[in-house]
Write a protein that binds this ligand. Sequence first.
Ligand SMILES: [Cu+2]
Length: 462
Amino acid sequence: MEKAMLSRRSFLGTATALASTTAISGRAQAANIPEAPIMDKATMQPPLHPSSGPNYRPVVTLNGWTLPWRMNGDWKEFHLVAEPVEREFAEGMKAYLWGYNGQAPGPTIEAVEGDKVRIFVTNKLPEHTTVHWHGVILPNGMDGVGGLSQPHIKPGKTFVYEFQFTKSGSFMYHPHSDEMVQMAMGMMGMIVVHPHDPTFRPVDRDFVFIMSTYDIDPGTYLPKVNEMTNFNMWTWNSRVFPGIDPLAVRLGDRVRVRIGNLTMTNHPIHLHGHKFAVSCTDGGWVPESAQWPETTTDVPVGAIRAFDFLADNPGDWAFHCHKSHHTMNAMGHDVKNLIGVSRTDLARAAGKLAPDAMAMGSTGGAMGEMEMPMPENTLPMMTGTGQFGPIEMGGMFTVVKIRDGLARDSYADPGPYKNPPGTVAYEIDAPDAEPPRQGKPKEATKPAEMKGMKGMKGMKGM
Ligand SMILES: [Cu+2]
């Protein structure tokens, strides 16, 4: 991880108390606008440890960062700037999005239960905006619904939100102003409020990310903002596999992962090799008596699920959305199923496709291994390489890397897992490829039979 904290003018350090004046609410103090730090990279930044107030273990944002703040009296002050940004989804593809402070999604806002916060929002977009603090209990006029609870923030203007985080938990922020366009352009971020009591459900590692989707044609850079269902980029923090940070975890750590969903569909998020329990939603903490073990949890639209687990099983564990179309990238979404079609038919069919397009193989996918010419600025449907070969994934997929002896605050990728001898699935010598069986196996469907299946669409029960 590299530090890439930049400054609009000269940012004066992180979480620094600049003033120790007594609390003066409102307008006089607000006139002194804090710096708005920016980020120029899509790589995971080190956690921001608290330098004052109650102690807590700070969160780590996948491919992201936490927004630095300053203390002004007993107010914690943040400055968000809504603006056009360029975001790399993975190496080989960039998107022109709208976000906050140089990136989309915006930085994670981190605070402590009981904190009084003053959040400055400057609008550098070409249209008006607002910020809604999703899940936060606050006075109605601070809720950020343009037209309903406040005037829209016009381009070039700065508004101030002042409220107190009265409860801890996991929340989000996003515009409530031309919402369809602004969320489709990537405007969103996460809020984590730590419990005032550091002994309340502490964890050793606390990861956070938000899910968003885009429809960006290969070779182009702008999302189609009117799209409602047919997305081709399924992202975690506006990154896709293999561009999503792995989650480095020390063996034996208690781990929390907080996941927000501002896409148009639900995402069943699955972790291999472990069980977990949902501990927190955007509504608050789930009582332990109401938790049950899971390996997949559905994250509904407009909701947060945080789950906790004990990392007691070392290895490289897949962590992904279980909708298989959400673990693929743009190229290939319109490819036809050619399983069972003969090689010559396949070649003929492929010839009709655009020269840069890829065809699905007649024996299944196997596209992860194909080296096909790609249009500029897009990503292969199935990609990524592991120590045993192509991983054939994209979109909402990454790896939880659990290792013995990682440093407490190290989130660096520890590299591929060294499996103990004798613990990896292996090939045996079975030369005739015809295993002993009970009874005669059913013949596999042949291409000729598949042709005969034409017209079955209209049959009852199909
Ligand atoms: Cu999904």
